[in-house]
Design a binder for this molecule. Structure first.
Ligand code: CA
Length: 219
């Protein structure tokens, strides 16, 4: 049984990716940039500005930094208008099971919302702690670099073999593995299992219920 679990946020704790994809598609079409939902999932973890630059470059388009900032702001507004995210189906069962067993629950995200703890407390009361969070505010170097997960590992005080990363995206899985940690992929989006396995996931589940069933046996 693992003693510490490090949860990614978007696409793991929060079912936010469908509205992110919708917001990207609506915004980018206005700038003549082609976009498929898969682009959103495969690039998850990169900064939004980098995603815009990359897609534009691939398609032979050029935007100034100011234009990229405008696109990013429009996308963010569109995401909020669509209602943002909601708790991922059945992740509350997973969190409660781990919490009841006395293991540490951390959130490790590239996001930098100052009110993240309050949001988590509303969705998952009593599970998270302010001192068990790694966000872009503490670690500006993002996934797929290992630093965010290494920061959580240092903070938890457990051996690496006792820690487990829960991720949904290839870049996040790469970050968990680069940190030397057991990394579970939960394929909550539109990618193929192979996308998560080839990123290095030790095991892949199709949804949170499957992860819950597996943990129930492991625990
Ligand atoms: Ca994610």
């Amino acid at each position: 049984m693992f003693k510490s679990f490090f949860f990614d946020m978007d696409g793991v704790l929060v079912d936010s990716m469908p509205n992110h994809a919708l917001a990207w598609a609506e915004t980018l079409v206005r700038y003549g940039i082609r976009f498929e939902p898969r682009d959103c999932y495969i690039n998850e973890g990169r900064t939004s500005r980098d995603v815009i630059r990359m897609l534009a470059k691939e398609q032979g388009l050029y935007f100034t930094d100011d234009e990229i900032e405008d696109i990013y702001q429009e996308k963010t507004t569109a995401y909020r208008q669509h209602g943002g995210g909601k708790p991922m189906l059945n992740v509350d069962k997973v969190l409660n099971l781990i919490h009841q067993q006395g293991a540490q629950v951390w959130v490790v995200t590239g996001g930098g919302q100052p009110d993240l703890y309050d949001q988590l407390e509303v969705s998952f009361p009593g599970i998270f702690r302010p001192d068990r969070m790694v966000t872009a505010l503490q670690v500006p170097i993002g996934k797929p670099r290992p630093e965010p997960y290494l920061k959580a590992w240092e903070g938890c005080g457990c051996a690496k073999a006792d820690c487990c990363v829960i991720e949904n995206a290839p870049l996040g899985i790469q970050a968990g593995k680069a940190a030397g940690l057991f990394t579970i992929g939960v394929n909550t989006g539109v990618l193929r299992r192979e996308d998560l396995l080839s990123a290095g996931a030790d095991i892949v589940f199709d949804n949170m219920q499957q992860l819950y069933d597996w943990l129930n046996h492991e625990i």
